[in-house]
Design a protein around this ligand. Structure first.
Ligand SMILES: NC(=O)c1ccc[n+]([C@@H]2O[C@H](COP(=O)([O-])OP(=O)(O)OC[C@H]3O[C@@H](n4cnc5c(N)ncnc54)[C@H](O)[C@@H]3O)[C@@H](O)[C@H]2O)c1
Length: 387
């Protein structure tokens, strides 16, 4: 079953990346998109990528031919009729996913697993349109799919154990690191990472430090590969803002996830980041990026506040059984390249130190956003550590 034919719906950024991974793992793959141009673009990009791999000695000419031949292209759903699984990676709209999933079920076999690569939508809702909803599951890759090792596996309330076992074994066999997460907004990564952006924006809005200084604090003191503003500019403020807003709405407006006006205004102004030439920074050729104020006391204050909020969020995911402590830490190190797992980091900093910082923020601002997680409080009281 693990060499099942793989169907991929959507030949965009994610769908083509997932198709490449599956074909390189030895599967026959059919890539379906309604847009012929998208299929052509995907096909051409595979040729470029595989040729480059041959040049670098990572693939032989024979493997290039075989891998390319394993991928077929179609613009109709009937092409999925003999697939063991179809992974959907089309536009992030629940209405469109609903209509597509019922169309898919009409053409696939009874046993075929129907997976969605959605970043933010409910798997239970996507599965609700199916006659056999036990076959639905979330399989969430990160961009770029061929390079990012993490995949979140998201069974919904309808998903059968067989669907889960099959999906996890399949993605594991592709050399990916899988983590199991509950069907809750943002799953692990897009939920736990919110304060990296949100608290950085808040610190800026309060006038504590500018973008460059906050970025400097998180990279040089925190060891993160990119600071929050550099990263938001890289992801695109439009995309990052939309995820924040969707997580905020899905959590019934929990103030922990409140979006920021600074990011909203940057998005409205078209300051998306690198792709538009300007975001928090100006990427015009010849423009020198601003210098940080490299004050160690200020830097530590910024880092402490953001890491404390990240740890509180990781605790919340653990407290509400979104995932195990091991999977929460794996997700953040392998999905978004954090230098350390947040829960391990919490142990190193000291849970009492994290709690004291949160209590001081909570008392200073009086905002629910800073409420310490009950599990953290309990563990400090009982003098426990996580690992
Ligand atoms: N881009 C990311 O960083 C990222 C990361 C993880 C998950 N995701 C999720 O993956 C999904 C796809 O995102 P993307 O960035 O690859 O999008 P994209 O816009 O690059 O590609 C979407 C493709 O789907 C096709 N399409 C749209 N409607 C279709 C339909 N009804 N039938 C067939 N094809 C259709 C489009 O022609 C397009 O080629 C979304 O659910 C998104 O939330 C995206």
């Amino acid at each position: 079953m693990n060499k099942a034919k793989i169907g991929i719906l959507g030949a965009g950024t994610m769908g083509s990346g997932i198709a490449q991974v599956a074909a390189q793992a030895g599967h026959r793959v059919v890539l379906v998109d309604l847009n012929e141009v998208a299929l052509e673009t995907a096909k051409n990009s595979f040729q470029t990528i595989f040729s480059r791999m041959v040049e670098k000695g990572r693939m032989t000419n024979q493997q290039l031919i075989e891998t390319s031949n394993r991928i077929s292209y179609a613009s109709n759903f009937e092409a999925f009729s003999n697939c063991g699984i179809v992974i959907e990676a089309i536009v992030e709209s629940i209405a469109i996913k609903h209509s597509v999933f019922s169309e898919l079920e009409a053409v696939v076999s009874e046993e075929c697993v129907l997976a969605s690569n959605t970043s933010s939508l409910s798997i239970a809702s996507i599965g609700s349109v199916l006659k056999h909803s036990k076959r639905v599951i979330g399989i969430h890759f990160f961009n770029p799919a061929p390079l990012m090792p993490l995949v979140e596996i998201i069974p919904s309330v309808q998903t059968s154990q067989e669907t889960l076992n099959f999906s996890k074994a399949l993605i594991d066999s592709w050399g990916k690191i899988t983590v199991l997460t509950k069907d809750t907004p943002g799953f692990i990564v897009n939920r736990v990472a919110r304060p990296f952006y949100g608290e950085a924006l808040r610190i800026y809005e309060e006038g504590i430090a500018d973008f460059a200084t906050i970025d400097w604090a998180m990279t040089s003191i925190g060891g993160f590969k990119m600071g929050p503003f550099t990263l938001m500019d890289y992801i695109g403020n439009d995309i990052n803002y939309a995820v924040t807003e969707s997580v905020f709405t899905s959590f019934y407006y929990d103030p922990r996830f409140k979006p920021s006006f600074t990011q909203k205004r940057h998005t409205e102004a078209g300051f998306f980041g690198r792709k538009s030439g300007r975001g928090y920074y100006d990427y015009t050729e010849g423009v020198v990026l601003p210098n940080a104020i490299e004050d160690p006391v200020l830097g530590k204050q910024i880092f402490d506040r953001i890491i404390t909020m990240l740890i509180n969020e990781a605790f919340d995911a653990l407290f509400l059984n979104v995932a195990t402590k091991e999977d929460i830490d794996l997700a953040m190190t392998k999905g978004v390249n954090y230098p350390k797992g947040l829960l391990l980091w919490a142990d190193e900093i000291g849970l009492d130190v994290v709690l004291t910082k949160l209590e001081s923020l909570f008392s200073e601002y009086g905002e629910d956003r800073y409420r310490p997680n009950p599990l953290l409080k309990k563990m400090v009281k009982e003098k426990l550590s996580l690992f």
